[in-house]
Write a protein of this length. Structure first.
Length: 161
């Protein structure tokens, strides 16, 4: 079973300076910039990637979903927050997933469910520069971060073969 990566879309967007500047000109442009970045990353090609966005102006009673350049893009239902949907994904996929969120409560929840966990900046750094990371199991990192790094870097090793 492929590892699922669940990314808090707006959280990731506001983390990146380029995307943030783009989003100031319009949320559609900001979302597009991060979806372009994520879909272009070779390291992520062997993963199932879901990007979750809060859909503030919707009457939808269920989350809506679309496929954008091979990414599963999900917009929350009316009254639902991305954090809530990401928690559901963490419960559903547990150890078979990596949760990317800079929200400490979401990260702690996901780690308790056995997920790999990285904040947005860590995720972006690892994906852009995997060659700079040597996975050292003895390195003192929280269990969720070790698990996420191990899975991502394993994907990098397979991409090089």
């Amino acid at each position: 079973m492929a590892t699922k990566i669940v990314i808090d879309g707006y959280n990731f967007l506001w983390n990146d300076a380029f995307s943030r500047e783009t989003a100031v000109r319009g949320f559609d442009k900001g979302r597009e910039s991060i979806l372009n970045w994520i879909s272009a990353q070779p390291l992520l090609q062997s993963f199932e990637v879901m990007v979750v966005f809060d859909a503030y102006k919707t009457d939808a009673s269920h989350p809506t979903e679309e496929n954008v350049r091979g990414l599963r893009v999900v917009y929350t239902a009316h009254g639902q927050r991305a954090d809530d949907l990401i928690r559901e994904m963490a419960m559903m996929h547990g150890p078979a997933s990596i949760i990317v969120s800079s929200d400490n409560e979401v990260a702690r929840f996901a780690e308790k469910k056995g997920c790999g966990v990285l904040n947005s900046r860590e995720f972006q750094t690892v994906v852009e520069h995997p060659e700079e990371f040597e996975f050292d199991p003895a390195r003192k990192l929280p269990k969720g971060k070790r698990k996420a790094l191990s899975r991502l870097l394993r994907g990098h090793a397979h991409a090089d073969e």
